[in-house]
Design a protein around this ligand. Structure first.
Ligand SMILES: Nc1ncnc2c1ncn2[C@@H]1O[C@H](COP(=O)(O)OP(=O)(O)OP(=O)(O)O)[C@@H](O)[C@H]1O
Ligand SMILES: [Mg+2]
Length: 431
């Protein structure tokens, strides 16, 4: 064997997008990491240096990413490819198909990226428990709302088929359908809206890790102050949720069936459900780690690093998990939400550090900034992460910690804060 052959890395992971903590995990999991990133300046220079190649590239441009990956693959063959944010997932899946390397297939990932495609894939099977209709213009939305409202006798959910961050998710009846339609452009409608029966019950997300086609249930996350009309914003999460064994067994079976139906074989998935009278109904799924730092709650609660374990298995290194992964403590995140305006006060009382189990508290808008009203995941104002071995103490401490954060805003004309483009997937609303 030549020296060059002997020194060649055994595993090379192509990471599409991500943030510093994810790059660190990739570097621990594979011999070499190549990073495709839309804005590598977000990644610390030392981490960039540790990567074999850092390629500035528009990770939402799947074709260009595939071309670049193909060229690099000739000289730097990749073992596997992965992404952890919604916006990067299609490029990673396209590269996987084009190069024939380890990763989730384009067909699977595209089913998770479009809620209409996902519901269609589940049609007439045991997971088809929520009446729905696809709509691509105003007339179709009106007809679907009228039909599904009549069938359930209640308002229905209308949301973008490829939405994220609870943007434009609305509870709609025949009375407010025109007002909701007025908020959509024709082009937006042409991308597809999905109209769904409103599912009652408590809301959870199910965090799974698939290692070479074998699924593991890492735990179920409770959505605190459950998302509700008018904007269905997520205000907090607690991991792991306390559920009866019967419900857990049902959730596990349904979500594993979902992953098999969609063809997911690798990595973390985040599946949102509502549990009504003991039955889990699917809301949506994502072939990536949970957003809102739930991935961090899992690390704190489980004492393992599921993302790193997923990366390790992807590149073919030994990685395994027991069938059940017990939590050693609980962890929760709570968000501060508000009506928005010019921020007059943004402060975290220093006494917050006396709260047992405090992991992090962070202001997302500083004094003087314009904070939007909280209407989606991108417009929350601050957050706190906390751990505890006891659930009661965790909930109490979370409430106390949130009360020690102040983001006070002076109202301004709504047009000033309402006109904002679709936000990027920043550190603070990672989806
Ligand atoms: N059919 C439904 N019945 C009841 N509630 C629903 C339904 N669909 C969506 N919701 C509510 O709206 C919220 C946002 O919907 P969904 O998760 O599908 O959109 P999203 O924009 O992809 O969300 P995110 O990216 O924040 O997870 C859900 O968490 C849930 O509270
Ligand atoms: Mg969701």
């Amino acid at each position: 064997m030549t020296d060059a052959r002997r020194d060649a890395p055994r595993t090379r992971l192509l990471l599409v997008g991500g943030w510093p903590a994810i790059v660190e995990k990739a570097l621990r999991a594979a011999d070499e990491v190549v990073l495709f990133h839309g804005n590598p300046t977000e990644i610390d220079p030392a981490l960039q240096d540790a990567c074999r190649i850092v390629q500035p590239i528009d990770t939402q441009d799947e074709t260009t990413c595939i071309q670049r990956a193909r060229t690099l693959h000739r000289t730097h063959p990749f073992t596997g490819v992965i992404a952890v944010r919604d916006v990067d997932c299609m490029a990673a899946a396209g590269i996987r198909d084009a190069l024939g390397i380890a990763g989730n297939s384009r067909a699977s990932v595209s089913l998770t990226r479009n809620k209409i495609s996902m519901r269609r894939a589940l049609s007439n099977g045991p997971l088809d428990t929520v009446a729905w209709a696809a709509a691509y213009d105003r007339a179709e939305v009106r007809a679907a709302v009228a039909r599904l409202c009549a069938a359930s006798g209640k308002p229905v959910i209308v949301k973008p088929a490829s939405g994220r961050g609870s943007l434009n998710v609305r509870l709609v009846s025949r009375e407010n359908v025109e007002a909701v339609l007025a908020t959509h452009t024709d082009a937006g409608l042409a991308d597809g809206l999905i109209v769904e029966r409103f599912v009652e019950g408590a809301e959870y997300s199910v965090e799974t890790l698939s290692l070479n086609g074998h699924h593991h249930l890492l735990g179920v996350t409770e959505k605190l102050n459950p998302p509700r009309a008018p904007y269905f914003v997520e205000e907090g999460h607690l991991f792991p949720a306390r559920l009866t064994d019967t419900v857990l067994v049902d959730i596990r079976a349904r979500v594993f069936r979902l992953l098999d139906t969609l063809g997911i074989t690798q990595g973390l998935c985040h599946t949102e459900i509502k549990v009504d009278e003991g039955i889990a109904h699917l809301i949506e799924t994502h072939a990536r780690p949970a957003g809102d730092r739930i991935w961090r709650l899992m690390e704190l609660a489980l004492g393992i690093d599921p993302i790193e374990i997923g990366f390790t298995a992807l590149v073919g290194r030994p990685a395994s998990l027991p069938e059940t992964v017990p939590a050693v403590r609980l962890a929760a995140i709570g968000y501060v939400c508000g009506d928005g305006g010019r921020v007059s006060t943004a402060s975290v009382d220093s006494s917050i550090h006396e709260i047992p189990g405090l992991v992090e508290s962070r202001l997302l808008f500083q004094s003087g900034a314009m904070a939007p009203p909280t209407q989606d995941s991108y417009s929350r104002h601050a957050f706190v992460i906390i751990t505890n071995a006891r659930e009661c103490a965790l909930r109490d401490n979370l409430e106390t910690a949130l009360s020690r954060i102040k983001v006070l805003c002076t109202p301004v004309p709504s047009a000033v804060v309402a006109q904002r483009p679709l936000p990027p997937q920043t550190e603070n609303a990672r989806k």
